[in-house]
Design a protein around this ligand. Sequence first.
Ligand code: P6P
Length: 335
Amino acid sequence: MSKKISLTRYLVEQQRLDGHIPPELRLLLEVVARACKSISRAVNKGALGDVMGTAGSENVQGEIQKKLDIIANEVLIEANEWGGHLAAMASEEMDSIYVVPNRYPQGEYLLMFDPLDGSSNIDVNVSIGTIFSVLKKSEGEAGVSESDFLQAGSQQVAAGYCVYGPQTTLVLTVGDGVAMFTLDHEQGSFVLTEENVKIPEDTQEFAINMSNMRHWDTPVKRYIDECLQGKEGPRGKDFNMRWVASMVADVHRILTRGGVFLYPWDKREPEKAGKLRLMYEANPMSWLIEQAGGASTNGKQRILDIEPTKLHERVSVVLGSKNEVERVTAYHSGL
Ligand code: P6P
């Protein structure tokens, strides 16, 4: 890419030239990007800062919180609460919503995030990331409550993630395709490095936690078994497998070179629809994937059409290269 286009310039042009984003949403996205830069700095300290290891507490999911989970959550709350663009925030790390305090003006947007996805990888120096999703509050209603957040993923007005890996890269959609911005550490700003990202419709690479195989439902077992049979099997081609155990890293690979990611329902906890969270993991990632020409279902239904009933609702996820997702979904309907 010849000239360097900053995230700010990209957002101004999205606002001015394509009318995609109003000024308050542009401000919100710039604030989230600045918060991700701060989180990146904290992550990069590693053992040199007091950021590694567990915080000695559990989150609403019953998962042990890492120090960086809490740091990242606080960075996002403090960066976004005063700007006047938000009514409230919701986070994987907080039981209930965080309403913007009365000392600050309230806006019309709702921000949800997983402040540090994949945090089991922090202590072993493997890529992790921040996932975020933006909705709009219903017009004209005073106040804000959890029910304002319970909107289908198709209602998102912006979604993205920041992956803290060999590069710190912000990936964003406002409904006009997917753009990627790499953090220029010398300038301290995100620079446009990819736009109009497109996922190949076919792939030879799947991502799933194979240790759960005995717990999967039949359609998933059939799909993975056929991939493992390779050339000699019904697929007629060999497959490769990747599993980072960090959704941000796996989705970034799929956006970059294709692939299919599965975190399916399994029979260990049959009452749970899946492990991943709908509002701030599956929905933002699904919109990015669809905006890049891919597909995303829960095995039966388009993720973005799911009407949530709870803030921390869980869901099964099959996302990535369109033809593979359609195949897995077809197997679920007995085809
Ligand atoms: P497992 C991370 O905890 C996460 O929510 C996703 O980022 C990741 O894809 C998945 O869980 C990993 O789960 O069971 O393989 O550790």
